[in-house]
Ligand binder design. Structure first.
Ligand code: GDP
Ligand code: ZN
Length: 314
């Protein structure tokens, strides 16, 4: 049978078969993925083949094959083992929630997130939340940011989760897709998801509170079917995707507006820093590329490890 993994506990996987039946499955033998030393080979979102087994009235499944993943997100373990955990796969889109205040979301965070999402081939929609609470100055900031990111090709949407503004538009974007909601703690992820599907009680909140107490919580993602034709993957405690082993030279591939002009740089290995006749720097000077995007790029290629780490955990 073929199904989709909805939940993983590390040793058991809840798989929904094509006919809608859920099976508790385990894996047989060892799964290896090229280049990834993973503590759990199967992730929420995986499409798997499994065989049904019945013993003592209990029907369970044994997973034998993982279908190729369209994409996946991984988390590097913070301990010394340097192992990675595949958190979720086959994600159609991520809604990145952004607030100007309470809490502030800085462009450096947005850009680091977008770079990783690009590298993982995941579409990102920028959701500016709490627009009901903004004064003139914050409104202007939203418009300014929307202008920057729309020009690059990212879809932007203004919402108020508490006032139910544009929530229907978010639901429309979710139709027929598997979505994730990410962003700093306090930006309104739980509130928005609640407005989208009141019956759904995601764990995002409770886990991040535990984090504040410094506890180590294992993260297990979970997929949910919504009452309309949409799926959500909940990833408790995860606010972004860590940048994993990205080479300096490839960062510009994940800034779409840099990628669009970099062929015009004099040197084909141009890092767009000190090099002469650099098309990217020229575009920054001509205001075709936003200075904040360029600043984020420089920060990323400078490779401050701690930036990467704060991406993943609050
Ligand atoms: P999460 O940590 O991202 O899940 O954030 P929550 O959903 O818990 O929201 C954090 C706080 O922001 C709560 O007090 C919410 O009531 C508030 N909040 C969420 N969305 C909005 C909004 O659209 N407007 C306003 N004014 N407050 C909001
Ligand atoms: Zn250049």
């Amino acid at each position: 049978m073929t199904g989709i993994v909805y939940k993983s506990t590390g040793s058991w996987y809840l798989v929904k078969a094509e006919d809608g039946t859920f099976y508790e499955c385990r894996i047989k033998g060892k799964f290896r993925m090229e280049g990834i030393k993973s503590t759990n080979p199967i992730a929420v979102g995986d499409v798997v083949d499994f065989e049904v087994e019945t013993n003592n009235d209990a029907t369970t499944g044994v997973i034998s094959v993982i279908h190729d993943r369209k994409n996946y997100i991984i988390r590097k373990s913070v301990n010394l083992s340097k192992q990675t955990q595949i958190i979720a796969s086959n994600i159609d889109q991520v809604f990145l929630l952004i607030t100007i205040d309470n809490p502030p979301t800085f462009t450096s965070f947005i850009d680091r997130f977008l770079v990783t999402a690009e590298a993982y081939s995941i579409t990102t929609v920028l959701v500016f939340n709490k627009i009901d609470s903004y004064q003139l100055e914050q409104r202007a900031e939203v418009l300014y940011l929307k202008d920057i990111y729309k020009k690059i090709g990212y879809q932007c949407i203004e919402v108020s989760a508490t006032e139910n503004t544009n929530v229907t538009a978010v639901k429309e974007l979710m139709l027929g897709k598997t979505s994730m909601f990410v962003g700093h703690s306090g930006v309104g992820k739980s509130t928005l998801v609640n407005a989208i599907e009141p019956a759904l009680d995601l764990k995002t909140k409770e886990i991040s509170d535990q984090h504040k107490q410094g506890k180590h919580t294992t993260t297990f993602a979970e997929m949910f079917d919504l009452s309309f034709e949409a799926k959500i993957i909940d990833t408790p405690g995860i606010t972004g995707f860590g940048v994993v082993d990205m080479e300096k030279e490839e960062v510009d591939d994940y800034f779409p507006e840099f990628f669009a002009v970099k062929n015009d740089c004099k040197f084909n290995n141009c890092l767009h820093v000190e090099e002469p006749k650099c098309a990217v720097k020229m575009a920054v000077e001509n205001e075709e590329i936003s200075p904040s995007r360029y600043r984020s790029y420089l920060q990323i290629i400078a490779g401050e490890e701690e930036h990467y780490r704060t991406d993943i955990w609050e």
